[in-house]
Write a protein that binds this ligand. Structure first.
Ligand SMILES: [Zn+2]
Length: 267
């Protein structure tokens, strides 16, 4: 197994298969498949097959949840800027920080990159599970800041189902990392799970504050798009350039840096 996970040719084949099947299963657009390939290469440079297995776990489980019960969510589809197929920008929103850490680990080998890397995946997984599963909650969610009920799917909305999904998503990555790296012990797993969930909450808080939201002049819906019903929408909240992807990448980066700093103190 170790030899397989460290064989360069096999790793490249693995990355191509991952990107291609994502495209085939309609989890990725073509540009998303290219983005996946680039992210995969950087991760393989820093963490070989171990890193790829971890991000593959995120990729497969979150694609599964995105497809799961899609019918239930179909009416919400146009609330989000994009559909369920991820393009290059969305792939980089989740995979950009892991790829960057992979490159750093390759250029400046040190043990702490592993912890930052695992947390970056834990946040991405936690956040994706929380939003994909949380939107299926039958109870009306509430805003994390205003603590009042809001429309399902609104940025910054949380539900108990979504919170449980966030913890489960982070825990899966933490536990998987324990079996992949000797450097990761039970205490580290504990901190990975905590920081994965913390990152997910940072994402939610940024989503509720600085992330832009628009109102359609035509149908009156709150949307993430700049154009709706063929009409330009009005900015009602946040900063215009801060969309969901900017929020994702910021929360992943922040939690990963926190984990790297923490790993210097906690063993
Ligand atoms: Zn509209």
């Amino acid at each position: 197994m170790t030899a397989l996970l460290e064989n360069d040719i096999l790793l490249i084949i693995g990355i191509v298969v991952l990107a291609w099947s994502g495209f085939k299963w309609k989890a990725l657009t073509f540009s998303g498949a290219i983005g996946t390939f680039i992210v995969g290469i950087f991760i393989a440079l820093g963490f070989q097959g171990y890193g790829l297995l971890l991000i593959g776990l995120f990729f497969v489980t979150s694609s599964y949840w995105s497809k799961y019960n899609r019918k239930k969510k179909e009416n919400m589809e146009d609330m989000h800027e994009k559909g369920s197929r991820r393009d290059m920008v969305q792939v980089l929103a989740n995979g950009g920080v892991p790829a960057l850490i992979g490159m750093m680990a390759y250029l400046f080998p040190a043990e702490y990159w592993i912890y930052g890397f695992v947390v970056s995946i834990a946040v991405a997984n936690s956040d994706t599970w929380a939003s994909e599963i949380g939107t299926l909650s039958r109870k009306q969610p509430f805003s994390i800041l205003r603590l009042e009920k809001v429309e399902p799917g609104t940025s910054g909305a949380i539900s108990s189902l979504g919170t449980l999904a966030a913890i489960a998503g982070s825990a899966l990555i933490g536990i998987a990392s324990f079996s992949l790296w000797e450097e990761i012990n039970a205490i580290t797993v504990f901190w990975i799970i905590i920081l994965g969930v913390v990152g997910c909450f940072i994402d939610t808080i940024l989503g509720a504050t600085v992330q832009s939201a628009y109102r359609c002049k035509e149908c009156g819906k709150l949307v993430e798009k700049k154009v709706h019903c063929h009409q330009p929408t009005i900015l009602v909240k946040g900063v215009s350039f801060v969309n969901n992807d900017v929020v994702n990448i910021s929360s992943i980066l922040l939690a990963s840096i926190l984990m790297i700093i923490l790993s210097l103190f906690v063993r």
